[in-house]
Design a protein around this ligand. Sequence first.
Ligand SMILES: *Cc1c(COP(=O)(O)O)cnc(C)c1O
Length: 377
Amino acid sequence: MYEIMTAGPTQVSERVRMARSLECTNPDIDPAFYDFYKETCGLFEKALHTQAHQALVLCGEGILGLEAACASLTEPGDRVLIIDNGVFGKGFADFVKIYGGEPVAFVSDYHKPVDPAELERFLQQDDNFKYATVVHCDTPSGVLNDVEALSKILDAHGIMTVADSVAGLFGCKLDLSNSCIDILCGGSQKALSAPPGLTMVWVSGRAWKSMENRNTPIASFYCNLLNFRDYYENQWFPYTMPISDIYGLREALDAYFEMKDEIYDRHDRIAAATRAAVTKAGLKLYVTEGWAQTVTAVCVPDGITDHDILEAMKADHNIMISGCFDVLAGKVVRIGHMGENAREEKVTATLAALQASLEKLGVTIECDMAQEFCAAL
Ligand SMILES: *Cc1c(COP(=O)(O)O)cnc(C)c1O
């Protein structure tokens, strides 16, 4: 088994794995499961600092939340603003198109967060959008957008916000009560460190109303959030819930609440120390300002390939880090220091292995990265 230091899925603690082996009831008809599910959603709401009971756990990997948001809100012909400063940001346009919407891109530099003032200037020219999509931590680069501030600007123009925080939540702070976000998407397998398979979504009252007031039906069953909304009153789920996955998610949420503030502090310190070590080594960070606390993208040095680095890390050190895809394919390798991966000893070992791998490939490293990391913590 490799030590997975990837940008998600992340390592899964023993207590979460054990929780997934608990005895199962029939989740369709056992009232105790409806209570358990509702409490679990409640913990997610609490983590997001909202009193509103509008969270759901859907059966499907993180992408399901993104598609469900677009499927449920988009009617044919709707104009949707795609805030694009990263690969996942850009990708929302595909979901909008599938459901007949008209995506309009607001493109900004992939090396830094979206500037709220620039978005405001763009909206002065054109703000005829039903909703906008934006990514909190865009994982391929590790750029962190201020989704709270951006959602407020959009709201002032009467535009709803769909925010993807699959790779942000539980590692990068997010306060829904200080935002105008309408649909927030999270996933089980990133900083929460449960296995892949579940999407968490939170839906605002305004977004529910917009879905209810559609002229055309939602063109999906699995992605139709309205099918879920009254699950508790009706004691009915649109499909059988993956009970063992949800037991695991619950355990991960309980673990989060046992450590809450310490978690953000640890992510902050580890991310900053990783960047300090990488730059001191003479390597380049892809993002130049506004880094997420969950992942660091390091530019691949000239003369070697991402594949060379990843293979050396695996073969000589048994550690897996991530390459990249789409427009960043081959340009960066990524260390995922989120959730269970965000531990000093794990990142220290990863940086030592990265250094040895790069040196073996002929790259000059200008410091002892593991030592720099520890010194900067
Ligand atoms: C991981 C992730 C998702 C889920 O997508 P997969 O690539 O299928 O894991 C969605 N959005 C972001 C920003 C992610 O990091």
